[in-house]
Design a protein around this ligand. Structure first.
Ligand SMILES: *Cc1c(COP(=O)(O)O)cnc(C)c1O
Length: 405
């Protein structure tokens, strides 16, 4: 398939280019001392991760530890209620730790082990990335420093406890607003000092090159499995696929299995409470080009051009930008990016729970809500939704805010 001179048959060979660009997006906008560290990771990625030994070890870990392949499930009752379009979900909620994040964390920490590193450094906001990193570090016997704002530490007590039980060192960040942004700054600072012994692991397809590429490639397993399983189940490709987009890692991996297929692809951002700046986190929908956290992409800016405050009912989606590859696929028109608000998301959360026996993460419920909308709009065909995670982490919030419907 070709679109605006981009050939999707050879896409992965050409995007990103050597400097980490997807068209004009991506790259690496960081201080020189960190650039040396990034170059080391890039080089290691291209040698170690292509080796037969690395590939075989990661494949074994996915099978024996993570429980992959995760299944594809047919949402039979929900589909029948909606009409004739058939809905399916790829079950990343059944991946170990209950979400897709472990896919790239295991890859990154395995790479760290091959590079001879002793420690992994990361930041976390809601704590999901921190828990996945702590899990991977425990598995490989690595030290693990997770930087977290003191405000988030108070809000996310269960995830802080999980990280500590897994043996991670949770480093409290107290300056500024003491949330994710400050945690990112502190993690980068620590990494600049410790990069000889440590590796920094980012939480999504964001940050400087090589992270958007590396995280996508480690998440590719989701799209690859889903495509094969769907064809085996139904005998054909889905007509449309849907994933939620925060930083964009679950979507990038899922989409990467279908880019060269005649399949409509939808990336769904959170519209939150509405279209006013500060009420949503739909960066691709309402943002403009800019640089943040070391990469060029489309982002939401305040009046000074800094990253704007964002909001979503799903804490994993409240990021003021998205990975550079999503900005590229957006401009190309290969992926259609659209939005879903909080109310439709919560309706879908309860619908999937009641009618299918699957409690989704609130992030994933955005994709389910859009899948339901698509099913109502199309008059036949099939839609495959990436269910990025399970909703156990969201129980307290749902009960407090919405009650049990
Ligand atoms: C973190 C998270 C997301 C959002 O991150 P992406 O990088 O956009 O995938 C989505 N779903 C779940 C369950 C998450 O934990």
């Amino acid at each position: 398939m070709k679109l605006n001179n981009v050939d999707f048959e050879t896409y992965f060979r050409n995007y990103p280019n050597k400097e980490g660009y997807f068209g004009k997006y991506g790259g690496s906008y960081i201080p020189e001392n960190l650039q040396n560290a990034m170059n080391e990771i890039t080089e290691a990625y291209f040698t170690i991760c292509q080796s037969r030994q690395f590939i075989a070890e990661l494949r074994r870990i996915r099978k024996e530890f993570q429980g992959r392949p995760t299944p594809v499930s047919h949402l039979e009752r929900l589909s029948n209620k909606l009409g004739s379009v058939q809905l399916y979900v790829k079950r990343e909620d059944l991946n170990h730790t209950g979400a897709h994040k472990l896919n790239h964390c295991m890859g990154e920490v395995l790479l760290a082990k091959y590079m001879g590193k002793k420690k992994v450094i990361a930041e976390t906001g809601a704590g999901q990335h921190g828990v996945a990193m702590a899990t991977a570090a425990a598995y490989f016997g690595m030290e693990c420093d997770i930087y977290m704002g003191s405000v988030d530490i108070k809000k996310q007590a269960p995830n802080v406890a999980r990280m500590k039980i897994l043996g991670a060192n949770v480093v409290e960040v107290t300056h500024g607003l003491a949330t994710l942004k400050e945690a990112v700054d502190s993690a980068f600072e620590a990494y600049a000092k410790e990069y000889k012994d440590a590796i920094y692991c980012i939480g999504s397809v964001v940050g400087p090159h090589p992270f958007p590429m590396m995280v996508r490639d480690f998440q590719h397993v989701v799209g690859e499995e889903a495509r094969e399983q769907f064809i085996e189940m139904t005998g054909h490709l889905p007509d449309a696929i849907v994933a939620c987009v925060g930083g964009g890692s679950n979507a990038a991996g899922f989409f990467s299995g279908f880019l060269n297929d005649p399949v409509d692809i939808y990336g769904i951002e959170p519209l939150g409470r509405g279209t006013a700046l500060g009420d949503h986190a739909a960066s691709l929908q309402y943002g403009t080009e800019g640089v943040m956290h070391g990469f060029n992409s489309i982002m939401l800016k305040d009046e000074n051009g800094d990253p704007a405050p964002v909001y979503s009912v799903a804490s994993g989606l409240d990021y003021p930008s998205s990975g550079p590859e999503h900005a590229f696929l957006h401009d190309l028109g290969r992926v259609k990016y659209d939005v879903i608000n909080d109310d439709d998301t919560i309706d879908a959360f309860f619908a999937l729970s009641r009618m299918e026996g699957i409690i989704p993460a609130i992030e994933s419920a955005h994709a389910v809500a859009y899948g339901i909308k698509l099913a109502e709009r199309m008059d036949h065909g099939s839609v495959l939704i990436n269910l990025s995670g399970r909703g156990d982490k969201d129980m307290d919030y749902i009960i407090e805010k919405y009650g049990i419907r």
